[in-house]
Design a protein around this ligand. Sequence first.
Ligand code: FDA
Length: 314
Amino acid sequence: MLGPALLAAARSDGIRRLVSAAPVTRSVVDRFVAGERLPEAVAVSAGLIGSGLTVTLDHLGEDVTDRAQALRTRDAYLELTEALTRAGFGAAAAGTDGAAELSVKLSAFGQALPGGHDLAHRNVRPVVEAAAAAGIGVTLDMEDHSTTDSTLAVHRALREEFPATGAVVQSCLLRTEEDCHALAAAGARVRLVKGAYREPAAVAHQERRAVDLSYVRCLRVLLAGGGYPMLGTHDPRLIAIARTVAERLGRKPDGYEFQMLYGIREHEQRRLAAEGHRVRVYVPYGTDWYAYFMRRLAERPANLAFFLRSLASR
Ligand code: FDA
């Protein structure tokens, strides 16, 4: 019951101001966010890479409301690409082997503004180009269902020039199994997640079990296909199923990867890596952490209880 309310709150400016100003919020946020500044994100990434993991960095921000803000997103990612290159995290050649990659949300590049589809494509392209030159991959995060067609179309267009560009699909959406067939046939890098947005019954499964079953169907399609599956989940049952299916299909551990969020199931991240799996940690950083943080609270009521206790103990 709390999840939908928190997801609605994630888009409320009033609650954003309240939560962002609460004196203890930062310490709770720190569990999920690597820091507010670029050097902190690079330092956290260096630590993760040093321990045998790989990373995908997200400069936090979404739903920008003007073009200048969209350009600032582009510049922040260009700066991030330079910092990662200086830190030695690019790969020799563009592809899937880099220790670091970028995750971008097209709404932060202007997708929701008038003419937003083309604007977001125009703004994100220089980032993908610079990253490709540095051997750093880029994955387009997926936002709510109203953006799916546009985001997949930008992904297709980018892949014509930069084939390693990744997409994300959400098993909660009714359309996703079909999207997986198309992406797997096209040989794309695809991150499969359950989906973090509140979606209507007309387009999305409403029961957790249905979302999980859809995840299993989708992972079978992706693992059987010609692309590079990136399984974004902390769910131990789904991870076990993915390993079994991959093995049955003859996928080697370097033919797919698991992805998890910074601060969540860190022991499992290290355990899978120690067993020879590729594990990529999604590392968000920046000052605009509110919506991301609220989605993490919505996923797990215990996180909300922890947050409320920390407020009460002041
Ligand atoms: P589930 O929510 O069932 O959690 C399984 C277990 O994981 C829980 O029992 C708990 O132990 C742990 N766990 C999960 N979430 C937790 C939390 N917040 N705090 C503490 N423990 C938690 N979504 C989207 O719509 N678009 C996107 O682009 C992305 N990108 C993305 C990248 C990566 C690398 C990951 C891992 C996830 C995403 N997501 C996403 C989020 C995704 O859709 C989903 O909301 C979360 O991963 C939670 O779902 P799980 O699959 O982990 O299962």
